[in-house]
Design a binder for this molecule. Structure first.
Ligand SMILES: [Zn+2]
Length: 331
């Protein structure tokens, strides 16, 4: 095993992506996984979601989430500590506080909308999608995830990455990413949410790692086995799951074409990139990102943004109203 991360390979062409093969003893270091870990923490995501929907008071969170009071108090305190919520006094004669979004959590809004878009499109299961109204342009809209530089829809095909020297990292220094959204059995749910369902899928460590390999151009069973510290039986099980869930499909076995992302699998790329951008901006203490997306043809940098389908601007949570097939208001 090498003592140091190997020098970065020079990318000779699109066929030889420097990020395709993980060197022995190393793992990928990108903030996508760190953002997933944060979002799949029990309750944290649900509380932020209610804050995006306008909840500010302790009593609103209690009513909307049916969350145990002690759990709510602890989670709100943790979110304030982490800079994701700002606690504000509600007046001189009360100790009650309002909890509002910070810049850090407001920046998560595109991630939230991206997950909602994916969930409503692919995991809706008959649930009525939440209708979104952009007050800034006066239109109902659906979120679109596009490259800021070109306005084209994001697509992993045609994209390569530029790696920084700290991209490959020892697996031991990478945080475990095992947390799941608590299931229905663990807490009562007031509101159907396809975002939660998506988080429970990509919040599974191996499922996330395998999907990420696809985005680095890997498609063969052996590629996954070489790049991930995973046993062949777990890998086979996760691939079967991803096929049955419609994210990937098997190619021609005799032609050794491996697996391919389906339309649904390709669509998850956008929300995942938005998570990476957020993690780069807020979880790296000002350090540069470990990797950047570039156009495979001309190496121009690419940044994903979520925009309103009507006006093309990035919506602010304060400018979005909702209409749901279920009750969003406080009783
Ligand atoms: Zn708009």
């Amino acid at each position: 095993m090498n003592a140091r991360a190997p020098a970065l390979a020079i990318v000779a062409g699109e066929a030889q992506r420097a990020d395709r093969a993980v060197p022995a003893g190393f793992a990928r270091n990108c903030t996508m996984g760190d953002t997933i870990t944060l979002l799949t923490r029990p309750w944290a995501f649900l509380i932020l979601r209610e804050a995006f929907f306008g909840a500010r008071r302790y009593s609103q969170f209690v009513r909307r989430l049916a969350i145990p009071r002690a759990t709510l108090a602890a989670t709100l305190a943790a979110l304030v500590d982490e800079g994701l919520l700002v606690a504000e006094s509600r007046g001189e004669d009360t100790t009650w506080k309002n909890y509002r979004l910070s810049d850090k959590s407001r920046d998560l809004f595109p991630v939230f909308l991206g997950f909602m878009w994916f969930g409503d499109k692919w995991l809706g299961d008959g649930l009525p999608p939440l209708a979104l109204f952009h007050k800034a342009c006066g239109s109902w809209f659906s979120p679109r995830i596009v490259w800021a530089e070109t306005g084209e829809a994001v697509d992993p095909r045609g994209i390569a990455v530029k790696l920084a020297s700290d991209y490959w990292q020892r697996p031991s220094v990478i945080q475990p990413r095992r947390r799941r959204v608590p299931g229905e059995g663990e807490h009562p749910r007031r509101r159907p949410c396809s975002v939660e369902r998506l988080l429970s899928i990509v919040g599974d460590r191996w499922t996330f790692f395998i999907l990420r390999e696809f985005f680095h151009g890997n498609t063969q069973f052996q590629d996954f086995l070489d790049n991930l510290p995973i046993s062949s039986s777990i890998l086979a099980g996760r691939l079967r799951y991803l096929v049955s869930a419609g994210f990937i499909e098997r190619g021609d076995e005799r032609a050794r074409s491996g697996y391919a992302l389906t339309r649904k699998g390709l669509d998850i790329y956008g929300p995942m990139i938005l998570m990476k951008h957020w993690g780069d901006a807020w979880l790296r203490d000002g350090k540069r990102p470990t990797m950047q997306f570039v156009d495979a043809r001309n190496r121009d940098e690419r940044t994903a943004v979520l925009v309103c389908s009507s006006c093309g601007e990035a919506p602010d949570p304060r400018d979005v109203a909702y209409r749901a097939g279920y009750d969003l208001e406080d009783g």
